[in-house]
Ligand binder design. Structure first.
Ligand code: SAM
Length: 237
């Protein structure tokens, strides 16, 4: 069992070091599926009256960029704890001539007033935040009433047979291959450990409710290797 303090130290160290090869490893280790998952998320998001969407734990910015270029063209802000992860996001946005405001900040203390976004997204980020329900409640706070939170996260497949195979991949090949390419041996062991420790969809939906969100639902992607969880801030009154 990892303490919140140790997890925060690990997150800072691992993502700062892995940032330059983060995108490459993501595509490689997910066999390119990560692109499809992010596209699925970007297509699901429906902007509303404010026209603003916040992407928390934006990292190297792929979700924020997919959102910013989606047909509804919302104004997207990306937020992340680590400047090293935001640097590639900045470069990618500039290369594509897109204005993408990027903010260095903590998901637990979002530097925005209440009710100022139609939607909040977080992709592969919530697994890295030890105080999960508090972070979800903070994301709910900045949503307009009726606004939606979209959480894209990795898990283990639903079928027991596939789950067994996937465990072998997570605990064997993934840390070895990831460690070899990134030269950060512990980074991909951390990834495997956090995926295995993440709650099952029904349990995560209970956490969304505990954070004050309503109508949670979950959509399985690639046989449950990834999930999109959606929930709403209750309407006022
Ligand atoms: C696995 S990466 C996901 C990046 C990106 N969303 C994607 O789709 O690839 C996790 C990100 O969460 C960020 N993160 C971890 N804890 C955070 C926190 N408390 N507040 C904001 N960002 C955080 C890390 O810096 C890292 O960039």
């Amino acid at each position: 069992m990892i303490t919140p303090e140790r997890q925060l130290r690990l997150v800072r160290r691992i993502f700062t070091r892995v940032a330059p090869v983060y995108d490459l490893l993501n595509h490689l280790l997910s066999l390119g599926e990560d692109r499809r998952w992010r596209r699925f998320l970007a297509r699901a998001v429906r902007p509303g009256p404010t026209g603003r969407v916040l992407d928390v734990a934006t990292g190297t910015g792929d979700v924020a960029l997919a959102l910013a270029t989606s047909p509804a063209r919302p104004r997207v802000i990306g937020l992340d704890l680590l400047p090293a992860m935001l640097a590639p996001a900045q470069t990618k946005a500039a290369r594509r001539g897109l204005s993408l405001p990027l903010v260095c900040g903590d998901a637990l203390h979002l530097p925005f007033p209440e009710a100022c976004f139609d939607a909040v997204t977080i992709a592969f980020g919530i697994r890295n935040i030890p105080h999960r329900v508090a972070a979800l409640a903070e994301m709910a706070r900045v949503l307009v009433p009726g606004g939606r939170l979209y959480v894209l996260e990795l898990a283990t497949p639903t079928s027991p047979r596939l789950r067994r195979l996937y465990r072998v991949y997570l605990q064997g090949l993934l840390p070895r291959l990831g460690g070899l390419i990134s030269r950060q041996g512990d980074a991909y062991q951390y990834l495997a450990d956090t995926i295995l420790a993440f709650p099952a969809p029904a349990q995560f939906r209970a956490e969304l409710r505990a954070a004050g969100l309503v109508a949670p639902r979950s959509y399985a992607l690639t046989r449950g290797v990834a999930w999109l969880h959606v929930a709403e801030r209750p309407q006022a009154g």
